[in-house]
Design a protein around this ligand. Sequence first.
Ligand SMILES: Cc1ncc(COP(=O)(O)O)c(C=O)c1O
Length: 430
Amino acid sequence: MRRPIFQTEIPGPNAIRIIAEQERQLSPSCTRDFPLVAASGEGCWITDVDGNQFLDFSAGIAVCTTGHSHPHVVQAIIDQSRQLIHMSGTDFYYEPQGNLAKKLCEYVPMRGGSRVFFTNSGTETIEGAIKLARYSTGRPHLIAFDGAFHGRSLGALSLTNSKVVQRRGFGPLLPEVSHIPYPGRDGITVDDTFRELEKLFKRRIDPKQVAGIFVEPIQGEGGYLISPPGFLSRLRQVCDQHGILLVADEVQSGMGRTGKFTAIQHWNVEPDIVCLAKGIASGLPLGALVARQELMQWPPGSHGSTFGGNPVACAAALATIELLENGLLDHAARMGRVVLDALHEAMRSNSAFSGARGIGLMAAVDLPDLPARNQLLQDCFRKGLILLGAGERSIRICPPLVVNEDEIHLAVEIMLEAVNSAGKKPAQAA
Ligand SMILES: Cc1ncc(COP(=O)(O)O)c(C=O)c1O
């Protein structure tokens, strides 16, 4: 079985040199917590610039759906690049954009049919959804949830309610935004959430002024919190009652990560708008706004994007969908069960782990607190396992969907080794 390989200390000499150079040139606004300088990738494995090999359970923040540089995706990118790299879908037509739109309408079915607008990222997709919700309802107000992450452009950031550092210094943000508690966080029940919404409607905002409610069916950055039973269907009912649009942010949870094309399909709830990005093109920048046909009636010139729906990105997305159709979707569901079993087993053998949860390959486990979680992330990295945190004390398990059982067991073994050795570290000199 393949295991992490170390040719040097971590970070190695090449990584140290490159990081020192880049620290001088790159914006310091990004959180580069790990000294990883990736040189190449294959499946779930990353090789760094010193030849060290890491098992990647981050998938480039839940992006590399089909694994790093899947040959089928690479071939599609090469073929499309030879034919046409760019022509701007805002002004012209080309086939890959239409072919992908057709596929997305098939996989994100909506009553009355759906239409697609292409973007380049998650935040742009959310931005488009905000504009479409306001335009199509003629209402100004937007509702999102505590702990939500919807992106960092100013409209999306107004919905984001995750960490103060993401908002501090960037105001004023959109004024017409309210946040309500997400059920499952801090003991909040579904009833509590709807009580808060009722209160909001009674005291502050006429529901007839609300354009859309934005919800992550599984709150990602907020801690991989799974919508409790009854929550999304009740949200749908409230939206229907007041003519509010239900917008599902599936930027992280979509594109097969949960074993279904979109996560909200697990609850049999049909949103009015679905936002996709991240995993859609296995690593190429692409996003898509899928909306009910009846809603997407904005006139020419009202919204556009020079790069959105780029032909090469669309070709990569079509290849990604082909792989999902050819077994990857089912594989993700199956591997998700292996992950959960392994996490539950880890919980039995070490009390530092608790709260294992997940649907498909969008899973998480909790550590006692933020310092313990962050220490474990660093210790795992030094042992050759790349993981990301979520929320205040969770570790997210979001490997490429091509992950196999051995890789899952290896990842959990490394996590256990890391947590066990953390307890045995000699006391550090003050
Ligand atoms: C649920 C969700 N929405 C939106 C975004 C923003 O996506 P991007 O970073 O591509 O702008 C993210 C990114 O993490 C996300 O997880």
